[in-house]
Design a protein around this ligand. Sequence first.
Ligand SMILES: [Fe+2]
Length: 406
Amino acid sequence: MDPYFTELGKTVYARWKAIDFSLEAFPAIAVKALGEKPPACHADLGKLMVDFLLNDEQPYQSSSGFGQPELILHDNPKFYIQALFWMDGTTDIHQHGFSGAFHVMAGSSLHARYDFLKPRPVTARFRTGDLKLRKTALLPTGTTVPIASGSGCIHSLFHLETPSVTIVVRTHSDPGTDPQFTYLPPHVALDPIQNDTLTLRRKQLLDVLEQTGDPSYPELVLRMIGELDLERGFFILQNGIGHLRSLGAWEAIWAAFVKRHGAKARPLLPTLEEIVRRDAIVAMRAMVTDSDLRFFLALLLNIPDRKQILEMIADRYKGAPLDTIQQWALELLQQDEETCWILDARFPEEVPIFEDEQPGLLLAALDFFLKGGKLPRELQGLTKKTLAALNQAIVNSSWKVLGKKS
Ligand SMILES: [Fe+2]
């Protein structure tokens, strides 16, 4: 066992015991102990890893799937200390059923805090409401942040370096704070531990039909949506939206969902569209290793506002933020024999232009979309139809939030 974390555990235990294990006081005790002797300065990550691999005397390890991986470094009947490694990790937006504090031991993260306003329960495990971004902050190595249980601390983390390592000093669970809702912006909160195994198996069976190209897929989903309750219907739509869109069947199925559930269904459409957008950015993040580009993806994922994104870039980088973005766009540009793309903005197929001219035009169209003003020279000879197609490719992508007019 690592001596630093044994000592940290003993310190936290003694101070907490002295005030009769007051739950409200625990986050402050954890923050203070981590701040007095920060793991980022005083613990040796390399030694810790070697000790964990070679020494059998370790605390009891859980089977948690959180972290990549999670190591328990100190355990106690009242609380424990864990190290969470993050390789390409982006956490969902979530709240906790425990309290304490976390400390950025290695790497850095973008931290976003949220409020869930006007919650309306659909079932005990599924709510609709309005998820609003409260604050974002960059957490450099050495930062410590308190964790409160319940809906007062809804947050997400986007880890910028690989690996990032966080140390968490936490209670096991705080009574009365379940379920640990996960939030799907902008309008849904759900319990990720659903235990609705019938729905799970139905989704898996639909995946079989999808992967085998079975033509009955859209018709079966349409019939299911006509019968299912709101919560189960939402999960079937969440599972199938990508495939249904590619089949051209999405509009009819969404209309059936609205017919079945009326006004209650409407907030779920922007949520389903946001799931598709976020999944695309998270998938791209796994392929991008440069920490500046990861930072940019973190902003696109977490901040739904052009002005705030530009401010975050201005805080971290010299020069005009839009020029920095344009430089990143150039680095993110990819090309094959047929086309080119920047993140999920793909050069439109229907535009008849030679491949070697496409990257310059896509970059110019993006620059015009970001900055507005006079049409750039590169785009001046193009037809209105081509300009509209280029603009549409960008508007339908993750770049949308950065548009001059958005
Ligand atoms: Fe968390």
